[in-house]
Design a protein around this ligand. Structure first.
Ligand code: NAI
Ligand code: 2YC
Ligand code: MG
Length: 259
């Protein structure tokens, strides 16, 4: 189970600044602009209730404070409840929260109590990283490679199919691959194909999932995956731009999708 660590969340502001600058350079829009176009929404006076959850592995250091930073960064009023769990839920709702943010070890949700919209971090993350990859201004075609068809990758692949891209995907989990072929009509990708891509969405919890034969000389790798799937030497050898960040971009997508 791929859980964040407090260390992943250190220097979040700097990580956001660097990834947002890359996103702006390669797509023409920053995260705010992409989210506004993607969801047709803009943050307003919504109040965000952030509730620490103690189940499973328990509270993760820096997680709630990172969510507060993210809410404020996008111009929303955020509050971390004094208490966790059900007591915290009661506190947030009683204090007038419009949107609840809370996560256990399996699901991380944003729930808008006013319009009843709800979204999981997995889907919102897959969609936004897919959207970023698909907006690569130097893409050589509409062919795009998705590495990993789990909770995040499948959502990203579905979004790209809906947008009309030629989606190729790989996953050692045969069941996940067959499901994506059957339900989304994606093209199974294997390295023997020797087909190279200028846009890659990587959504796996493994390093070194991207090999030289997969990418064109100029390529955008958009990945929420932790650790990074792009070997540094390949990133240096080719003109590869990398968009990778542990939490903010996915949470921005969650918030814009429910406001
Ligand atoms: P998951 O476990 O549901 O799916 C991962 C998939 O990758 C599995 O189907 C697995 O078979 C596949 N995979 C593993 N190695 C592969 C390889 N070499 N080539 C192709 N496929 C491979 O995981 P989930 O929930 O989809 O998350 C994916 C990653 O994204 C995790 O590292 C997670 O921590 C991270 N994540 C990051 C977020 C962010 O905002 N940066 C938000 C949510 C998740
Ligand atoms: O501090 C808390 O309230 C904890 N219960 C939070 C647990 C989050 C667990 N989920 C994850 O670490 C990953 C993240 C990449 C986002 C989605 N799942
Ligand atoms: Mg992120």
């Amino acid at each position: 189970m791929a859980l964040l660590t407090p260390r992943d969340l250190e220097n979040l502001s700097l990580q956001l600044e660097e990834s947002d600058a890359t996103i702006k350079r390669v797509t023409g829009l920053d995260v705010r602009g992409i989210c506004e176009e993607l969801y047709g929404t803009r943050p307003g006076a919504q109040k965000i209730g952030i509730i620490p959850i103690t189940s499973g592995e328990g509270v993760i250091g820096n997680f709630a404070s990172s969510l507060l930073f993210i809410a404020q960064y996008f111009g929303l009023e955020g509050t971390i409840t004094e208490h966790p769990d059900i007591t915290g839920y009661y506190e947030a709702v009683s204090q007038g929260a419009d949107i609840i943010l809370m996560a256990d070890d399996h699901m991380f949700v944003a729930h808008n109590l006013r319009n009843r919209k709800i979204v999981s971090n997995h889907v919102a993350t897959g969609v936004i990283y897919a959207e970023i990859a698909s907006r690569f201004r130097e893409a050589s075609s509409k062919d795009i490679l998705v590495i990993g068809l789990g909770k995040v990758g499948y959502a990203g692949a579905a979004h790209l199919v809906k947008k009309g891209f030629n989606v190729y995907a790989c996953d050692p989990n045969r069941e996940f691959l067959d499901k994506a072929v059957k339900e989304l009509g994606i093209n199974p990708y294997c390295r023997e194909d020797r087909k190279r891509f200028s846009m890659v969405l990587e959504a796996t919890p493994n390093p070194d999932t991207i090999s030289e034969g997969m990418i064109e000389e100029r390529c955008l790798v958009s990945t929420p995956g932790i650790p990074c799937g792009l070997p540094p030497e390949i990133g240096k050898k080719y003109r590869v731009d990398l968009v990778m960040e542990p939490l903010v971009i996915g949470v921005a997508s969650m918030l814009y999708s429910v406001i």
